[in-house]
Write a protein that binds this ligand. Structure first.
Ligand code: FPP
Length: 260
């Protein structure tokens, strides 16, 4: 099934990618959609055009992820720090998101995709919040890929929020201090009930985590590429999955040892 994405690759590479083990597809893939600005600047375009092209890439990657059988795709669309960008860029990003919700729901439905949002959604414009609620409700019954969009999201903020919820429960005597464990934190993150990401993809040549899914990525495998996000294609997703499958994940243990 991967072949169609590799028209320009040589035979040897195609063979490798055709050897992807369908039984070991990462359940959860996280993506930092980076490099839109650089992509645009290289071509003499305004940065905003890079974001438009980036939204187009997201469409393609969502479709490919559903086809490949990934269960959860979490894409970083706007961080709690992105408000520091020029007003014009922030407005464009918000309107791209609104357009995505207006135009893509039918296609998401068709591909059995459930859309969810993580981040401080209550700080977004009320009209955008309404579109988000509607899109979530409209696709809630879909059983295929979960597309998790991180908007106004920050990993530290997410952990802080969990700490506050848990502290309140302790103060209200609904929870004993000694009963707090890792699951208590996990149950109070935005990603509750989702598996931790198996694979993080970061395009555009930066090697940072950028406040993304800090708790959840404790044992995630990282895959980096120089390609800017607007140039990212389904074939790169397949390449990342192939390389992920060559890695040995030990989760802090050593090979071939029994779990405690
Ligand atoms: C980082 O690239 C990218 C962002 C801050 C925004 C990502 C948004 C999109 C891909 C499109 C909108 C999303 C949806 C859901 C429609 P950058 O601008 O930091 O690039 P640079 O590092 O090259 O400047």
């Amino acid at each position: 099934m991967w072949k169609k994405w590799f028209s320009k690759k040589d035979n040897q590479e195609q063979t490798s990618y055709n050897n992807i083990d369908s039984a070991r597809i990462p359940k959860h893939v996280a993506i930092i959609m980076d490099g839109n600005g650089r992509w645009a600047q290289k071509r003499g375009f305004p940065r905003t055009l890079g974001h438009r092209a980036g939204a187009e890439t997201l469409r393609e990657v969502v479709k490919a992820s559903a086809e490949i059988g990934i269960q959860v795709l979490t894409a970083y669309a706007f961080s709690t720090e992105n408000w520091r960008r020029p007003d014009e860029e922030v407005s464009l990003l918000m309107s791209l998101l609104a357009d995505y919700l207006d135009n893509e729901i039918a296609e998401l439905e068709q591909n059995n995709v459930q859309i969810r949002f993580i981040g401080k959604i209550d700080e977004l414009a009320p009209t955008l919040q309404k579109k988000i609620e509607k899109a979530q409700a409209q696709t809630a019954h879909n059983t295929g890929l979960i597309l998790n969009l991180a908007v106004n999201y920050g990993g530290r903020t997410e952990i802080l929020r969990a700490v506050k919820i848990i502290s309140e429960q302790v103060l209200n005597k609904e929870l004993e201090l000694q009963d707090i464990n890792e699951s208590t934190i996990e149950e109070n993150l935005y990603t509750v009930n989702l598996p931790a990401p198996d694979l993080l993809i970061r395009p555009s040549g930066d090697f940072r985590i950028s406040n993304f899914l800090l708790w959840q990525m404790a044992y995630t495998e990282f895959w980096f590429t120089e390609i800017n996000w607007p140039d990212f294609k389904p074939e790169h997703l397949v390449q990342a999955i192939y390389e992920f499958q060559q890695r040995e994940r030990r989760f802090g243990g050593i090979k071939n040892t029994k779990k405690r």
